[in-house]
Design a protein around this ligand. Structure first.
Ligand SMILES: [Zn+2]
Ligand SMILES: [Zn+2]
Length: 341
């Protein structure tokens, strides 16, 4: 009897050991893939904010912002970042146009500043029918100031007529998570502060209970009264505790030496680390210093220096690594490269 009990206990233990190992294994596996189409925030006009995101096993991407599209797709293809995508051999289209038309299923635009939409406007003639997601202010500004037959033909389905109806505006509502058609992802928007009361957006993307968050341009909560970032931190803190959170795209536009009055609604390494410490305290108030250990942070929107000497990226990388009291994993994306989260 004792032998049987021991044997049952042994089988039971092995079963639970395997189950917990499997769970840990799947939680540590990447859930998303990213192709970097544009990594910076200007002034160079060929590498502006845009990131393709898809579940790891899918080739149906969304574009998070669209500052640079086709140029980034060409560079990504030269780096084999789309190697698992097979195109119909009978197609006479260039591979890169096939990616633009058939593998970008939707645009999610954080705000309508040109460094986030220029590629979408210029590439619209070569693009296919698809939705553009944004909050009301983003859609209104694009409708009134971009696709208006003055700056560019109206490829959308609102505003100045005639409508070419290639793009369908989809207005996101705060507090609502909705599916992104033709993909296996869902999105919930959060408002962010940008200069002079201008609204920018963060997108929380979900795929089968795994999450990433993409931040458009944002002020620090220390410098504005609405505390928009705190609302995002409160949403994602429990997801981090439950091992459901895979990483974030967060901007650090300027070096620390730039005066605060000239940040124009952007973060620098100092404010980025303050914000990450705010998040860490929400995740684990007792041991905040280990709460975000190894969390992947893709550092976006670095503004290139106009001066001789070290690049802004080199300096911001040095500044962030020196301030990294949380052991987060900073990733400094290169245009065309493929990442996993
Ligand atoms: Zn902006
Ligand atoms: Zn920007």
């Amino acid at each position: 009897m004792a032998y049987l009990c021991n044997r049952r206990f042994f089988i039971f233990s092995v079963f639970f050991f395997l189950l917990s190992t499997l769970t840990l294994y799947s939680e540590s596996q990447p859930a998303f893939k990213v192709v970097v189409l544009g990594a910076h925030g200007g002034p160079k006009d060929c590498n502006l904010s845009s990131y393709l995101l898809a579940p790891k096993e899918s080739n149906d991407f969304i574009a998070l912002d669209a500052g640079t599209l086709l140029e980034g797709i060409y560079i990504a293809n030269s780096k084999n970042s789309f190697e698992e995508i097979k195109i119909n051999p009978d197609s006479d289209l260039a591979f890169e146009i096939e990616i633009l038309r058939n593998h970008i299923k939707a645009y999610l635009i954080s705000h309508a500043h040109l460094d986030h939409v220029a590629g979408l406007v210029i590439n619209s003639t070569a693009d296919s029918k698809k939705p553009i997601f944004g909050v009301d202010s983003t859609i209104d500004f694009m409708r009134d100031n971009l696709f208006n037959w003055q700056i560019w033909p109206n490829f959308a389905g609102e505003g100045k007529k005639p409508w070419l109806n290639k793009y369908q505006y989809k207005r996101l509502k705060i507090g609502q998570q909705i599916p992104i058609l033709d993909t296996e992802m869902r999105v919930e928007p959060f408002l962010l502060s940008h200069p002079n009361g201008y609204q920018s957006t963060a997108f929380l993307i979900e795929h089968r209970d795994s999450y990433v968050v993409y931040f458009g341009d944002t002020d620090s909560d220390a410098l504005e009264s609405k505390k928009h970032l705190e609302k995002v931190w409160k949403k994602i803190a429990p997801l981090i505790s439950q091992n459901k959170f895979r990483g974030m795209f967060l901007e650090s536009s300027y070096q620390n030496k730039r005066p605060t009055a000239e940040l124009f609604g952007h973060l620098n390494p100092k404010y980025m680390m303050e914000e990450l410490n705010n998040l860490a305290r929400l995740v684990d108030p007792v041991n905040p210093q280990t709460a975000l250990k190894n969390l992947k942070i893709i550092v976006t929107h670095i503004k290139e220096s106009v001066f001789k000497g070290a690049s802004s990226k080199e300096i911001i990388e040095e500044e962030l690594n020196a301030l990294n009291n949380l052991d987060v994993q900073f990733i400094f994306p290169e245009q065309g490269e493929r990442l996993e989260l």
